[in-house]
Every structure is written in C-alpha cells, then in structure tokens.
Design a protein around this ligand. Structure first.
Ligand code: SF4
Length: 287
C-alpha cells in the first residue's frame, strides 16, 4: 500500500530558534541540489524532533537518543540517499551521548545537527547537559560539544552556529552537507538555538559568542591548535562559533562497505523472502 503524507507545519513557540535551524537545513538542501526524494531526515525526541515533519523529504522519528545509529544504519543501507540527522541537546548530549561518541568516532557520511538550547523544552524546562548553572553546588560546567569532538581523533567536520547569525549558519550547514555528499564522513553542526519559553538565552549568547571565522589567528585545520584556542575561549566565558575543525579521515562507508548489495539482488538471493518479510513489516504500520 502506498500512502502520501503532507509536509507538516512547525509547531514551535513563536521566537523558538528551531525555525532558523530548519531554514538553514532547507537552504543547504536547495543550494546543494538535494531533491526531497533523495534525502532522509531523521530526528530524535524533543521539540527539535518535529523538524523531520516539516522538510518534505523522507522522514523517520527515532527512539530517544538513537537518532545517530539509526541514521548511520540508513546511510550504510542506501548510499544513494543524503542522510540528515537532527535532534536536541537532551537527545544528543544526555540519553544519546554514548551514540554521539561512537558516531563521531566512526565518521559515517551523515550530517548531524544538534539544536542546543540548554534545556528540555518538550518536558517543560529541566536542565540539560549544556545548561549554565553558575550557582550550582558543586559547580558544574556545561558540556562543550566542539571540544568533545576535537578530542576524538577521527572527526572530520565540526562547526557551531547560532540562529541569530543566519548567513553564517547557512554557510556552515551547506558546507556540512557538501562534506557528507562528497563522502568525507560525518559533519557535526551544533546550533545555538534558544528556547524562548523555558531558557531564553538570546541576550546572553549573543554577547558571549566568539566567531573563529573572523579570527585570522584561528587554525581550523590543526586539531591541537584548535583545541587550545577553544580551551582558552571557554575559560574566558566565550562560546566559539564558526568552522571549528576540518580534517581528513576515511569515512565508515569507504573503510567498511566495499560493495553494496542492491535490494533486488538480496531478494533474488533469498528467493523473494526478503521482500515478503519487508512487505509484512510495512503492512503492520499501515493505518
Ligand atoms: Fe522551542 Fe522552547 Fe517552545 Fe520547545 S518550548 S518549541 S524549544 S521555544
């Protein structure tokens, strides 16, 4: 049975940063010439997770914290599609943190976008791993995903944008998408995307961001130098944004998948049982 679904409309609060993130993803797809039927957008659980309803590409709403392994599986199964995974800081840095580490380590051809707002908006405002809590006892520092990414030797693309700087965000997103489509591995883009309802960080973050793209002394091709610069900036209570790191390392696809067996060949090999089983699973989801 074939069913056609309509593209949804965002259901976010007025002023939510996620509108800007969705716009940047759509802008990148358009600029890179990615047709909707050639892309799969997967999302995790959280306010950000509804983005996959709004883009019009193939979509999948994964289990909480599992968007990255699901996206990597999809990109391995069908190298012809462009795979974009998206989620929030709770999904990616809390329940999904283990998958983030291994995703960064494996360097699969997936664009992973985390919308960081320092809070769990969907469940009404609990602190996330990136929440700044200056008066906490004992003191806790917010997790810095870019420093985390730099500490993993096989990362190839690390960038951070903020929704208030849409031009730069669009460029970073497009660059990330092109990195993935060129088979260079995973592009990890964190977007500072404030939650106006439960943690309105617009004024604070706009003052704290430091654009490394505008700093001629910043070196985004040297992991050690980039890490040292980020460490200094974070110590100064700044939030580095821009193209944080660009490196080279074999993608998971190039090192693992030597030859992809097309689906029809798999079906022939197993005397039609693969297709029949898939049909059965799909029909169980039919409404
Ligand atoms: Fe956005 Fe926060 Fe509203 Fe969720 S609760 S839609 S994150 S502003």
């Amino acid at each position: 049975m074939t069913k056609t679904y309509q593209t949804g409309h965002p259901i976010w609060c007025a002023g939510c940063g996620h509108f800007g993130v969705q716009g940047a993803i759509q802008h990148a797809m358009q600029e890179a010439g990615v047709k909707l039927h050639e892309a799969l957008v997967l999302a995790g659980i959280g306010c950000s997770g509804t983005v996959q309803n709004n883009v019009g590409a193939y979509g999948y709403h994964s289990m909480h914290g599992r968007v990255l392994p699901t996206a990597i599986g999809a990109s391995l199964a069908n190298p012809d599609i462009t795979v974009i995974a998206a989620g929030g800081d709770g999904d990616g840095y809390a329940i999904g943190a283990g998958h983030l580490l291994h995703g960064l380590k494996r360097n699969a051809n997936v664009l992973y976008v985390i919308m960081n707002n320092g809070v769990y908006g969907l469940t009404k405002g609990q602190d996330s791993p990136t929440k700044e809590i200056p008066d906490a006892a004992p003191e806790e520092e917010p997790l810095d995903s870019m420093m985390l990414g730099l500490s993993i030797q096989t990362t190839t693309f690390l960038a951070r944008g903020i929704t208030t700087r849409s031009e730069q965000l669009n460029e970073l997103m497009l660059h990330g998408l092109e990195h993935v489509r060129a088979g260079k591995g995973m592009a990890f883009v964190e977007v500072l995307s404030p939650c106006v309802t439960y943690n309105d960080t617009y004024p604070q973050w706009m003052n704290k961001v430091y654009d490394v793209d505008a700093d001629p002394d910043y070196c985004n091709h040297h992991r050690g130098k980039a890490f040292a610069s980020l460490y200094d900036l974070v110590q100064q209570d700044r939030i580095p944004i821009g193209m944080i790191f660009l490196g080279t390392h074999a993608s998971l696809q190039s090192s693992l998948v030597k030859e992809i067996t097309p689906f029809h060949a798999l079906d022939d090999q197993y005397s039609g049982r693969v297709g029949a089983h898939l049909e059965k699973v799909l029909s169980s989801y039919a409404v």
